[in-house]
Design a protein around this ligand. Structure first.
Ligand code: SF4
Length: 357
């Protein structure tokens, strides 16, 4: 039994997650297929090869454009961080004393460096995954002579972000110790369960009683939050848990929408859950412009002041008109020119983020 790189956060936090599920549920989904397809395409970049994007997309029934976007960002990241991987090999299978997994990119000739492509929309950092790869690499190749640290790089293609982690020897050894403890606990007759946000992709989720109990407890806690009865720290502690509840709620609403599409739901107390259409209007800019100018004598600036172009609509338009493989470049260039001409108004929003200790 070993800590699996892609499940390292969960395996370290919850020893019970290392135990094989009694029943394996095949969770094939379009999103999972797109993730694998993007990873496969990205694996060509460190080798200086052109990824066969269309071939991968056709085989996996996913959109080639969606893969190209990740490839475009992946190339930019590789231009910036590729020098950290002097003898880059991709899809490297690693088996160490307590960890195993497949590193997206590994280099071991001048120090040890592992890279992990993150192609989904999650924003959390996953140093445990990278630690599991570098720990296995250290087991195979030894600690690099004269090096203070080994490297782990995460590239989030959806957010165009990268995190570079420098792991000291003590850091890696501490991780190995925690991993070892988790494995020992997983062999106990009753391995301890520790539910948390990491339960989401656990292969034992469907048979685990601890996870629904934890969800119930946190739902009750969140539903009873009162401004006068909760401290700042307690409020902050609920943040990570609230995201899990929000995901569960989104899933509930998705299922409910599917059921309601088949008809009303009659409840035992006689009430009926139904859905009502709400009409939303979208105005055609060309008609609006003509009417306001001809009928109301408004000038061009007046009309433009009430019109907005959404970035996603603009990107869709440019994407559909761009020459082959130029989609990303066109979108970036157009936005840059529009910005240079004062056509972008920026407003600051604050996104809550939990930075782990
Ligand atoms: S669902 Fe959560 S609590 Fe249960 S085994 Fe998996 S990680 Fe542990």
């Amino acid at each position: 039994m070993k800590i699996r790189g892609s499940a390292a956060d969960r395996n370290i936090e919850c020893s019970a997650s290392l135990v094989e599920p009694d029943v394996v549920v095949d969770e094939d989904s379009p999103l999972a297929r797109l993730g694998s397809a993007r990873h496969e395409a990205l694996s060509y970049i460190p080798l200086g090869m052109e990824p066969p994007v269309q071939e991968i997309a056709d085989r996996d029934f996913v959109s080639a454009d969606d893969i190209w976007l990740a490839v475009h960002i992946g190339r930019q990241a590789w231009e910036k961080y590729g020098h950290l991987f002097p003898d880059a090999k991709t899809e490297v299978r690693l088996v160490g004393t307590v960890t195993q997994g497949t590193a997206d990119v590994l280099s071991v000739s001048e120090g040890i460096a592992a890279l992990d492509w993150k192609t989904g929309y999650g924003t959390a950092q996953h140093p445990n995954q990278l630690l599991s790869y570098v720990a296995a690499a250290v087991d195979s190749y030894g600690w690099p002579e004269g090096a203070d640290t080994v490297l782990g790089v995460e590239v989030h293609t959806a957010h165009q972000e990268a995190n570079v982690h420098h792991f000291s020897k003590a850091h890696v050894e501490g991780f190995v110790e925690r991993a070892h403890r988790s494995i020992v606990e997983a062999h106990l007759k009753k391995p301890p369960h520790n539910p948390g946000s990491w339960c989401g992709f656990c292969p034992r989720k469907h048979e685990c009683g601890a996870y629904p109990a934890w969800l119930r407890l946190n739902s009750a806690l969140l539903a009873s939050v009162e401004p006068t009865a909760i401290s700042r720290e307690q409020l902050g502690e609920l943040f990570d848990r609230s995201k899990v509840i929000a995901q569960a709620l989104a899933e509930y609403n998705r299922l409910l929408d599917i059921e309601l599409a088949h008809g009303d739901i009659h409840l035992p107390d006689g009430s009926v859950l139904t859905r009502k259409p709400v009409e939303k209007s979208v105005l055609d800019a060309s008609v609006v412009g003509d009417v306001l100018a001809d009928e109301f004598d408004l000038n061009f600036d007046d009309i433009m002041s009430c019109m907005k172009v959404t970035k996603s609509a603009l990107n869709d338009l440019l994407g559909s008109k761009a020459p082959d493989r130029m989609k990303g470049k066109w979108q970036k260039k157009a936005l840059q020119i529009i910005d240079d001409n004062g056509g972008v108004t920026k407003r600051r929003e604050y996104h809550k983020k939990l930075v782990k200790a």
